[in-house]
Design a protein around this ligand. Structure first.
Ligand SMILES: Cc1cc2nc3c(=O)[nH]c(=O)nc-3n(C[C@H](O)[C@H](O)[C@H](O)COP(=O)(O)O)c2cc1C
Length: 320
């Protein structure tokens, strides 16, 4: 193993992390390759100042990118260590040695390309119990928890989602900010294109995010009767906890993708303090809610949305 080989591996990992999901596809990360270190930095210019003033969604998003980079290193057999200093950089990855890659690492890496946010309605086929158990385990192994909601709690979640939606729709600064990130063809490489948004917001018990502009995606006729709702949560409310939450979100989402389970994030109620408190009470006060998600199966006959754009590598990776 020589220095150039390590450097190349770190650049490739940062490049693969461009596929990570982020709030409104803001991609609020920047990577610095410095010798044998890969540093992850948050980017204030791509933080949603109005909707996410405390940067919780930014940290979750950077966490998904960090996990994606680690999946890429694993796929090439690079053993590595991660430090999460409290502050900037958010994380430092160091590649240690190269060993033969495990077959599951290659599979996980393939999921980076396959995963996407698909806002079509779910079918009436439930996610099997053993698949849910697997997803709970994957989340725990990645450093967070997944609480699967019972029927009554789904109704409580529906109320919280509705309240958060109402609060955000009534805030002109938030709606103006959202409009700059959502809709159109997004040629600049960030944001959510119209092709990823439903023509009409489906009528469901727990509402999908009602973006201020309509899209071109045929969402389908289904309801969400057979959907499973869950809350990703963790033990702390510090920056490092939210970063870990993002890493676990990526692990969970990739595992769901591998099992043909659709995952849709519903971050609205985490963005508004009083609905975030309501979610916290739903968890019995043990832990801090990071993100509610819908899990379900999709109709493969309906076409999935095309991939959302990404910033070019040169804009998110610096090699020093
Ligand atoms: C922290 C976080 C919160 C998100 N919240 C929502 C949401 O509330 N509603 C939604 O439709 N998509 C949500 N998304 C999905 C993003 O819009 C999506 O990841 C981004 O547009 C990139 O598209 P892709 O996932 O298809 O690659 C969220 C993603 C992340 C990482």
């Amino acid at each position: 193993m020589n220095d150039d080989e390590v450097k190349r591996a770190l650049v490739q990992a940062a490049d693969a992390a461009r596929f990570a999901p982020s709030i409104h596809n803001t991609q609020p990360w920047r990577w610095v390759v410095r010798g044998d270190r890969l540093e992850l930095h948050g980017v204030a210019e791509r933080q949603l100042r109005e909707q996410d003033p405390d940067g919780r969604m930014l940290l979750l998003s950077c966490g998904t990118a960090l996990h994606h980079a680690r999946v890429a290193l694993d796929a090439e057999g690079w053993r590595h260590e991660v430090e999460r200093p409290a502050g900037e950089p958010l994380a430092v990855v160091r590649a240690a040695e190269r060993v033969p890659a495990r077959p599951e690492a290659t599979r996980h890496f393939q999921m980076l390309q396959v995963r996407r946010t698909d806002r079509r309605t779910v079918t009436d086929e439930r996610v099997p119990e053993d698949t849910l158990r697997h997803l709970v385990k994957v989340t725990e192994e990645a450093g967070a928890r997944l609480h699967v909601l019972g029927r009554d709690q789904v109704l409580e979640l529906a109320v919280a989602v509705g309240q958060a939606q109402h609060a955000e729709a009534g805030d002109e600064r938030i709606t103006a900010e959202t409009a700059t990130w959502v809709g159109g063809d997004r040629a600049e490489g960030t944001g959510i294109p119209a092709s990823a948004l439903p023509e009409e917001v489906p009528l469901t018990t727990v509402a999908e995010r009602d973006f201020p502009s309509r899209g071109t995606l045929a969402a389908g006729e289904g309801h969400d009767e057979a959907a499973t709702y869950a809350v990703l949560y963790g033990e702390g409310d510090e920056a490092a906890d939210w970063l870990r939450g993002g890493e676990a979100l990526s692990a969970l989402w990739l595992a769901a993708t591998e099992q043909a389970v659709n995952l849709l994030p519903l971050s609205g109620p985490v963005e508004i303090p009083f609905t975030r408190q309501a979610l916290r009470r739903m968890l019995g006060g043990v832990g801090f809610p990071f993100l509610p998600v819908r899990l379900g199966t999709l109709d493969p006959a309906q076409s999935a949305p095309p991939k959302t754009p990404r910033l070019p590598a040169g804009q998110v990776i610096d090699v020093l």
